[in-house]
Design a protein around this ligand. Sequence first.
Ligand code: NAI
Ligand code: BGC
Length: 295
Amino acid sequence: MYSDLKGKTAVITGAATGLGQGIAKRFLDEGMNVVINYHSHIGEACNLAAKYNDAAIGFGCDDGQDTSDAFNETAEKEGEGIRAIVVQADICTEEGNKKLLDAAIDHFGGVDVWVCNAGIEIQSPTHKVTLDDWNKQISVNLTGVFIGARDMINYAIENDRSMNVIVMSSCHDHIPWGTYAAYTCSKFAATALVQTLGSEYGYVSADSNGEQVIRVNAISPGAINTPINEQRFANKDLYENTVSMIPIGRVGGVAEVASIAAFLASNEASGYITGTSINIDGGLGYGSCFANGEG
Ligand code: NAI
Ligand code: BGC
């Protein structure tokens, strides 16, 4: 637990499922306010928010309809100390990102931490990848990150306040991955963007005494048990093959990645870290194929 996180506000993209959901839980457990962005999983988003709010539990929102405004209104009317709200938005668009920022300002008075977590992967031999599938992956995994980070830097500068951007990259920001070319390129580029922003921004203004700072960092996970891997891990051979590539001998847990997000969100814990990426991959990135002197 990090004492400086209590009362801070985070926006987490793609937070209804998997790693985003785990980060939302961890941040809420830390006493933060969280805007839970979902794209298409309203039921999961509302159930998660309801767990942390006193009211609106069991609110009927798992029929796939966008009832997030009604959910938030009900929660606010009936609940005390509302700390989790749900907001539908497509983070590939400027409007979607603005909607999330506006929600954080309206409900919680501002935003301190922005987690660009949403991502998609589509497998295909590279010579068969359609332009549409290529564009979709670059759009969510890279352009969405660019829009979110750019807008948060503007928000920090315009309001003279600190900002902490955390990007969910991947071990495929440094390991090429056959049949996942667009995904791999998007993650290499997302981490390159983090490095660039870390070198370009730091203190917000010369007279802030270094107190208002912009930090931008990435997390680069290996194989973690989430919906993105559901199909692959349901196949026993593929699952065992994945595990055999990991020196620690197991896939990672969501909470393990969420604890890196909490570390990066806390200025107390990581205030002097920016422009970098933290690998959390059980050793996968170090090429277990070379482990026994082969090569
Ligand atoms: P997931 O599939 O559960 O999460 C992805 C989330 O992004 C989903 O909730 C999805 O609805 C959302 N999303 C997709 N397009 C969106 C859009 N246009 N606007 C808003 N939200 C959108 O899978 P997981 O694993 O939780 O993925 C989260 C992030 O972690 C992704 O960026 C992924 O690339 C990254 N990652 C995952 C690893 C793993 O092994 N699970 C390892 C390395 C990175
Ligand atoms: C992918 C996962 C994969 C992991 C390790 C992540 O970026 O999203 O599907 O298991 O990398 O290869």
